[in-house]
Design a protein around this ligand. Structure first.
Ligand code: HEM
Length: 259
């Protein structure tokens, strides 16, 4: 997402590894035991991002100062940061090169880094200022590091729950498939998967409903937390400045599917 499907090539490497294996041994009691898929070690950048993502546990348990100290002084965390920063720098430079030639080429946007850089170059041209100054690059760099953190387990966990929900509802799976065949007849005839940008367009109501339902039933966070910066009102209630307001997104309704 942040750097496109080619970004870390994690899935691509695992897919080609699995494709190269002639067969996967199945357990004798397949109803009770799990199939073990032989996995290839993920790329170093993936491991680095994973280590940094899970390091948030240190902040939760011991506070931000200890977390910062660990990231700055413990060798494997320092190495992980260097690996991640080198990756972000490389991708940022590649996107800058791609869009300097023509910032209006929105069709070339394939991932978050492309979008941010394309918009920055287009805005700078419009405002008659120099694009991608060192300060701007450093700000974009930080945002991309946040994307790598915020987009990882959120997406993976939601997909995993989505697959589990789908596997439990074969009838709904069939319904989605049937609708997809109607929505993308050419792809179906040619035996191809519809590309992501086609799936994102309106015209796949069941697929859209599935995405909403998975996020409603399996929300990644129990709520949204905000602190009021001034005295205000919410749904007729007085909210004083500095009050923490929690918008709960999981509750009794989340245990009941509407599909
Ligand atoms: C199914 C996938 C995802 C789910 C369920 C999800 C969920 C969330 C939730 C619940 C929040 C907190 C919202 C709030 O309280 O304001 C959030 C924030 C955020 N997410 Fe995601 N997210 C997903 C994918 C991604 C991806 C792929 C990216 C980036 C590539 C991303 C980037 C962010 C960022 C940057 C924030 C912080 C926004 C801010 O407060 O400025 N997320 N996400």
């Amino acid at each position: 997402m942040t750097f496109g499907t080619e970004g870390l090539a994690t899935c691509k490497e695992q897919t080609s590894h699995l494709a190269s294996i002639p067969s996967i041994p199945l357990p004798s009691d397949i109803d009770k035991k799990l199939v073990v898929y032989p996995a290839k070690a993920p790329p170093a950048a993936f491991e680095a991002i994973k280590l940094l993502t899970y390091s948030s546990k240190i902040a939760i348990q011991f506070g931000y100062k200890i977390h910062a100290a660990v990231l700055n002084f413990v060798p494997r965390y320092r190495k992980a940061r260097a690996t991640r920063d080198a990756l972000v720098r490389d991708r940022l430079a590649a996107a800058e090169k791609k869009f300097t030639a023509g910032a209006s080429q929105e069709s070339k946007v394939t991932c978050a880094v492309d979008l941010v850089v394309q918009r920055e170059i287009a805005t700078a041209t419009k405002e008659d200022r120099k694009p991608m100054t060192p300060d701007m690059v450093s700000r974009i760099h930080n945002e991309l590091c946040l994307f790598l953190f915020a987009g990882a387990t959120t997406t993976a966990d939601t997909l995993a729950w989505g697959l589990k929900e789908l596997s439990l509802r074969q009838d709904f799976q069939k319904k989605i498939r049937d609708h997809m065949k109607v929505a993308h007849p050419k792809m179906f005839e040619e035996g191809r998967q519809p590309p992501a940008n086609a799936l994102g367009r309106p015209g796949n109501p069941y697929l859209e409903a599935l995405m909403y339902e998975v996020m409603r039933r399996r929300p990644i966070s129990c709520g949204h937390f905000r602190i009021a910066t001034e005295n205000t009102q919410l749904l007729g209630n007085d909210i004083l400045k500095d009050t923490e307001v929690i918008f709960a997104v999981s509750g009794p309704d989340c245990s009941v599917t509407r599909l």
